[in-house]
Design a binder for this molecule. Structure first.
Ligand code: ZN
Length: 302
């Protein structure tokens, strides 16, 4: 297995293909850029306000939200989120069950991206809430495999202000043993749309194989790193399908009306643990499909 990981990593130089304009966010999952005052932040705020005012929708039956880290200081906010949906009769589902569900069914697809030790520490919380979550994992930075230099470079790619603490492979196995779905989020978290074709196998197929070797089962769910339309392509989607991924999720918030229509294009909305339940629910109700189609961006931000 170590040989496989080494081979996978060696296929992809861990220095290139980073994005200068990578969407930086802090450990709480808030885009750093959005917190900075400035014209761009004001424009986004205006667009968001206009969308809320002009296209108020009711909450969709099928709803898809995603997170990054889940620090202990955020557990209460996470609990408020999940208990709100449970109170409305939502059940939590895996990616294929989300796609298969009828549009009017109240089902909630909860997922996490990247690779954080916090997820393992939060297993008692997830158990107490009785939810099923999906963890889309980068296979590079397991802390029982890689050293601090690699983890530091990985953290820079995520745009984190400080180095993250990733999982060990055994912690990943324990998350899976708790019944959650493990998906793939690529090996290193590069912008795949900018990655030369000859590196796709190492970065995507190799990541899938690494996770499969760790868990001893097939991995069939994938999440695009960064997740906006400009970060992937139809060719990449075809490639991912050809190597065995049955579902793929993006991170284009504001498109819940079509969240689970296409298994290879599942829309998720960024749930921000640093802000209020009402603010997050308002983000879920926004209809940003036209904005996303015209600009390739999410009306919520990024
Ligand atoms: Zn990510």
């Amino acid at each position: 297995m170590a040989a496989l990981e080494a081979r996978t990593a060696s296929h992809v130089p861990d220095v290139a293909h980073d994005l200068a304009q990578a969407p930086a966010y802090d450990l709480a999952g808030h885009p750093v850029a959005e917190r900075a005052p400035g014209l761009k932040a004001m424009v986004f705020a205006g667009i968001r306000f206009a969308h809320r005012a002009l296209s108020p929708r009711s909450l969709e039956g099928k709803t898809s939200i995603y997170f990054h880290a889940l620090d202990r200081s955020q557990w209460d906010q996470f609990r408020v989120c999940i208990e709100h949906f449970k109170g409305l009769g939502y059940r939590t589902v895996s990616p294929p069950d989300f796609v298969a569900a009828d549009r009017r069914e109240r089902c909630l697809f909860v997922s996490f991206d990247d690779n954080f030790r916090d997820w393992h520490a939060a297993l008692p919380l997830l158990r107490s809430l009785g939810i099923h979550a999906t963890f889309y994992v980068n296979s590079l930075p397991f802390r029982d495999v890689e050293g601090s230099d690699t983890i530091a470079r990985y953290s820079r790619r995520l745009g984190l202000a400080q180095d993250c603490e990733p999982l060990t492979r055994d912690e990943l196995r324990q998350i899976r043993a708790d019944g959650h779905t493990i998906g793939c989020h690529s090996h290193s978290h590069f912008v795949l749309g900018k990655l030369p074709r000859e590196l796709w196998d190492g970065e995507i197929r190799g990541s899938k194989q690494t996770l499969e070797a760790i868990l001893g089962e097939e991995i069939s769910d994938f999440s695009w790193p960064y997740g906006m339309r400009r970060h992937f392509s139809d060719d990449l989607r075809d490639y991912c399908r050809s190597i065995g991924f049955a579902t793929i999720t993006n991170a284009i918030s504001g498109c819940q009306a079509i969240a689970g229509d296409d298994p290879l294009d599942i829309y998720r909305t960024d749930w921000r643990l640093g802000t209020t339940l009402q603010e997050n629910l308002a983000n879920l109700r926004i209809d940003g499909r036209l904005y996303a189609r015209i600009t390739g961006r999410s009306v919520i931000g990024r």
